[in-house]
Write a protein that binds this ligand. Sequence first.
Ligand SMILES: [Cu+2]
Length: 284
Amino acid sequence: MQVFERLTALAVTIGALLVGTGTAIAGMGQPSPWQLGLQQSATPVMDFIITFHDYLLVVITLIALFVLALLVVVMVRFNARANPTPSRTTHHTVLEVAWTLIPVVILVAIAVPSFRLLFYQLNLPAADLTVKATGKQWYWTYSYPDNGKFEFDSLLACDRERRNCEPPRLLAVNNDMVVPVNKVIRVQTIGNEVIHAFAVPSFGIKIDAIPGRLNETWFRATREGIYYGQCSELCGKDHAYMPIAVRVVSEQAFAAWVEEAKRKYAREDDGRTNLAAAEQAPDR
Ligand SMILES: [Cu+2]
C-alpha cells in the first residue's frame, strides 16, 4: 500500500502546484509565463473552442479514470496470488455489445459539438469589412480593399540583431493590423512565395496563406485591445520572426485610422508599396 500513499502524495503535490500557479492564466491577447490552458477568448468562435476543450477534458478524464480503475481491479483481484485458479470464460455477449456500443455513443457525443464548431468556423457570416493578409518572407502585408487603395507591411518591432525588441518581445510589430470592435471581419490570406499561416489564438483562427490560392476565415472581436499571433507554418529561416498584431478599436477610432492610413500608406503610382518599411525587413 506504500505505492498508493506515494501516488496520493504525488497527486496532492501536483494539485498544489496547479493551484499555486493559478494566477499564471493567459493574459489577454498574448501568452504569459507558466501559462496553463488556452489564451483568453475575444471572439464567439474562441468561446466555442474553449467550451468544447473543457467538455473534452471532462470526457477524457473520466475515460482515463475508468481505465485506471479497471487496471487496478485487475491487478488487485486477479493476480496469481489472489486468484490462483482463473476462470476459463472466453465470451460474454452483454459485455461485448456494451464495449462496442458505449464507445460509439461517446464518439457521437464528441462528434456532434465538434462538427457544430467546424461549421461555425467555416460558414462565413456576412462580412462588415475585409482585410487581406499576404504572408511574405518574413513579414505580413495588409490591405483593406473595402476602405481604399492602401496597403502596408507589418514587421517585427526589433532591431536587425533582434535585440531591443518592443514588448511583448518577438510579438510586437511596427504596423498593427487595425479593425473595429464587434464587426464581422473577413480575413483573406495568400502566400507570396511559400506557405505561411495566419493564426491569432485569442480569436480562434488559424488559416494557411498559400501562393496562388485565396483562403478566407472570419472573426468578430468583442473586446478592444491588442491581440497577438504568429505565422504558424514553417516558412523559412525567419519563420519565428513574423508575428501578427491585431489592434481592435472603436468604430470611430477605426474610421480615423483609415483616414490616416490612406495618407500614410498611399500606394505609389508604380504599384510598389511602403518601401521604407520593407527595407527594414530583417536580413533581406
Ligand atoms: Cu511564415
